[in-house]
Design a protein around this ligand. Structure first.
Ligand SMILES: [Zn+2]
Length: 364
């Protein structure tokens, strides 16, 4: 209890400090990440915990700056990044924004009750509300989200699928589309897929050989799958976009707030007996079974790991998801053979491709 008292005093001091800082800092400045991978930290300190990653070209808004660090929001929480890896973009048109602002300066809300958020994702806090028929000026976009200017002079973010704007996601797709993938086996255009990277943050998931965490491996795999499905034209929503904790209910509810066509939770397995190996696909409903069947057969005919079969399991994340839902166990990280395969880029790409083909088969 003594610690609790000290904590309160620290929080009070911190609040005072932060308040003083914000009055002098350049709040609202926007930046673009200028390095391949940028660590997002809990505090303005190179030793502070890493709570996520940003990639080159990602955009962020500064809420305050101090000692060479910029405070922004990441997954709805205040977070800090080192300023010298950032390129200021200002509020005027930059090269990456040109096509958007010249083509569609304004967007119209098409749904009845829509949240405007502080950043480009469902994890950001709600800063305002709007409703059907209202129009806004679009300033920028990030993924499927559009940054708009609000009447109070501030800016906010709105999901493009709740507006008449189809430009931002389209533009993104065109950029990443590779000609080879579109025609021969079909497309996922018009379908919304929710990808759920299991575990995260304080929940490492299974711990594999050499101390590898399941949460890290599934995050990499899910990112590869997301990119591939987008290349096939799908709208992809990732339940977590960094290393942070999400409850199973939150994962299901992210899916349930969209018109989701398929929900795929990605995991790696572990077992005390190191010889156990292979991949499983789980489902909990009839709709899930149909999806599991197509994806599991596509996976097992593509990847070199042992086929452990499909199974019905009453997993909470599957049960609480309205869309057809499956959970993939993509190999045992406690088995040396599986792990040696899992860690190759080839395997990641094979899995991603097999899932895309399984989905196309399923929607057919
Ligand atoms: Zn897991």
């Amino acid at each position: 209890m003594r610690n609790f008292g000290i904590g309160i005093i620290l929080i009070l001091l911190l609040t005072l400090f932060v308040h003083v800082e914000t009055t002098t800092a350049a709040s609202g400045q926007t930046y673009e990440v200028g390095v391949n991978i940028l660590h997002v930290r809990e505090a303005a300190d190179g030793d502070a915990d890493i709570i996520g990653l940003l990639q080159q070209g990602d955009k962020l808004t500064a809420f305050q700056e101090k000692y060479g660090w910029v405070q922004t929001y990441y997954a709805g929480e205040p977070a800090w990044v080192a300023k010298h890896y950032l390129i200021p973009t200002g509020s005027t048109t930059t090269s990456s924004q040109k096509s958007m602002s010249s083509a569609t300066a304004s967007i119209t809300v098409t749904e009845s009750s829509v949240n405007i958020r502080s950043g480009p994702g469902l994890d950001y806090r709600v800063v305002a509300g709007t409703s059907q028929g209202e129009t806004f000026n679009a300033i920028d976009h990030s993924g499927e989200w559009i940054q708009i200017s609000l009447s109070n002079g501030q800016t906010g973010w709105i999901a493009s699928w709740l507006t008449d704007s189809i430009q931002s996601p389209k533009e993104q797709k065109n950029r990443t589309n590779t000609a080879a993938q579109s025609s021969s086996i079909g497309s996922l255009s018009g379908y919304t897929i929710v990808l759920d990277a299991g575990h995260g943050g304080r929940d490492p998931g299974a711990i594999g050989l050499r101390g590898l965490y399941e949460k890290d491996l599934v995050y990499d795999t899910t990112s590869t799958i997301a990119q591939t499905l987008r290349n096939y034209g799908a709208t992809v929503i990732e339940t977590r976009t960094g290393d942070y904790y999400l409850s199973l209910d939150e994962r299901a509810s992210i899916s349930n707030t969209h018109y989701t066509d398929a929900f795929i939770s990605v995991h790696y397995n572990s077992f005390p007996v190191v010889s156990v190996q292979g991949i499983n696909t789980f489902y909990s409903s009839d709709a899930g079974y149909a999806l599991a069947k197509d994806i599991h057969s596509s996976l097992t005919s593509t990847v070199p790991l042992n086929n452990r079969g499909m199974g019905k399991e009453n997993y909470k994340v599957l049960r609480n998801t309205i869309a057809p839902a499956i959970l993939l166990e993509l190999g045992f990280i406690t088995n040396a053979y599986d792990l040696s395969i899992i860690q190759t880029a080839d395997y990641q790409n094979q899995v991603a491709d097999a899932i895309a083909k399984g989905l196309i088969q399923y929607f057919r």
